[in-house]
Write a protein that binds this ligand. Structure first.
Ligand SMILES: C[S@@+](CC[C@H](N)C(=O)[O-])C[C@H]1O[C@@H](n2cnc3c(N)ncnc32)[C@H](O)[C@@H]1O
Length: 209
């Protein structure tokens, strides 16, 4: 499978309709967490099984992965997990999906594609315009989690989010993970790989003020 998909390709201009919260989840009133670039969704399957007081929504640009994940959700009859296919930037910028950002309590960007070449930076999922959209729509107190093993990408994401005055860093040592979307600090696939290979992991949490 190809590692990187160009999110700016016109293939992703058309957006699939995101169903209402009521259609996506058994109980639409639960806390909602959004994972952007969830790949095959293993991380979200692990979370959804254990933390039944949260709803989890994963957005992934590789269609095959989303199709398989959706099938698994249906087969296992999981009511607090939903997957959407497409470029997260396009989906969340679309008028019809604004309700997602208005309802999420937290968003994670776990090990996003790094796009190392400078001329490809515009393909990175975190962009100033995208952070601007998040800052306009997220409720006060909503959280953004970023995590990567690429220092340059971490600095770029940190600078982009910190440049928006509506977000403030949370001191990780004072952060209560038990109340978050991931109380048991479940690891993503890339995170497991980074730990086994002793790569440095850089992460930060921001709060909408
Ligand atoms: C390096 S993988 C990390 C997967 C997973 N989060 C983890 O930590 O193991 C990055 C994922 O983000 C997806 N992705 C990249 N750009 C995206 C975008 N604009 N919208 C949605 N998904 C995207 C890629 O297809 C890939 O599955």
């Amino acid at each position: 499978m190809r590692q990187h998909v160009n999110p700016l390709s016109k293939n992703f201009n058309e957006i699939e309709r995101i169903p209402s919260l009521k259609e996506m989840f058994g109980d639409p009133k639960l806390n909602l967490h959004l994972d952007i670039g969830c790949a095959a969704g293993e991380f979200l399957f692990d979370l959804a099984l254990v933390n039944t007081s949260w709803n989890y929504l994963g957005i992934e640009i590789r269609e095959k992965l989303v199709k398989t994940a959706k099938l698994k959700v249906r087969e296992r009859e999981i009511k607090n997990l939903y997957f959407a296919f497409g470029n997260a930037n396009n989906i969340l910028n679309d008028v019809q999906s604004k309700f997602i950002l208005k309802n999420v309590r937290s968003i994670s960007f776990n090990f996003p594609d790094p796009w190392f070449k400078k001329r490809h930076y515009k393909r990175r999922v975190i962009q100033p315009e995208f952070i601007h959209i998040l800052s306009n729509l997220l409720h006060k107190g909503s959280l953004i989690f970023i995590k990567t093993d690429v220092k340059d990408l971490f600095d770029y994401m940190d600078c982009t989010i910190s440049s928006n005055f509506n977000f403030k860093t949370i001191d990780k040592n004072n952060f209560n993970y038990f109340e978050s979307f991931n109380p048991n600090k479940v690891q993503t696939n890339r995170e497991k790989y980074a730990i086994v290979n002793q790569l440095d992991i850089f992460d930060k949490v921001y709060i909408k003020i």
